[in-house]
Design a protein around this ligand. Sequence first.
Ligand code: NAD
Length: 277
Amino acid sequence: MIPRVTLNDGHSIPAFGYGVFKVPADDTERAVSEALELGYRHIDTAAIYGNESGVGAAVKASGIPRDELFITTKLWNDRHDGEEPHAAIAESLEKLGLDRVDLYLVHWPTPARDNYVHAWEKMIEIREAGLATSIGVSNHLVEYLDRLVEATGVVPAVNQIELHPAYQQRDITHWAGEHGMKIESWGPLGQGKYDLFGAAPVVAAAEAHGKTPAQTVIRWHLDKGYIVFPKSVRRERLQENLDVFDFSLTADQIAAIDAMDPGDGSGRVSAHPTELN
Ligand code: NAD
């Protein structure tokens, strides 16, 4: 039911999943178990979220065959140097109770430390060691992506970036199209920080399809070709967010939502990649 997207390394990823940023550690096993019961198979976590153990517990309790699940985690900012990425993936795998993740990402580029090329070289080693099936980055600007490719020849499978109607990062999505990299949208619902669900193009498309504004925005991401994993801890919203595979937006509806980005970067709701080091 959930379509898969083929990555530039030949592996594939479910286009839709469950992101667990800010899901409390002591509630993660419950929330992820509910998501898996509802039919979610792709979970996006990170070392810094502090809830990898809860994800692992839910995965184990589910009994779902490993090859039906897609688990992503991320390397945190203070572990880019030396051999630290190898220690970090070992710790994440231990907490997740897995012998490999499906996707491992460099969480932020930490440009002031100028170590993202080194971190990327270590990610390539981690993939070659079989500890991550696919590797990618997150929050990487075009200039950083260019450097990674120039230094290693390896294009990240994905770049996970803040992306929602008011902030569409078109320079990065354009680069992705040119280089065969997939885009993962984080904060796909704008993290609830602006009135996305009351915006006229969203409301109009929602009414036309008999869907909620949240479902309409999730569908916009999917119709744009982005991989998306909205977060909620509420079962009814997990169910609602998953119920987006029986409709598509029209070209006009997509264009109207596309036009919501003012184009000057003012729609950003969270940290800029140059700010976290
Ligand atoms: P989001 O845009 O998914 O917003 C989540 C919020 O939207 C929830 O807290 C809830 O209040 C609301 N919501 C969810 N479903 C709803 C519904 N059906 N109706 C009404 N409101 C609803 O923001 P996010 O959690 O920041 O992003 C999703 C995932 O992206 C994260 O969980 C995480 O996995 C990932 N992420 C990655 C980074 C990164 O730096 N790589 C940063 C932030 C998030």
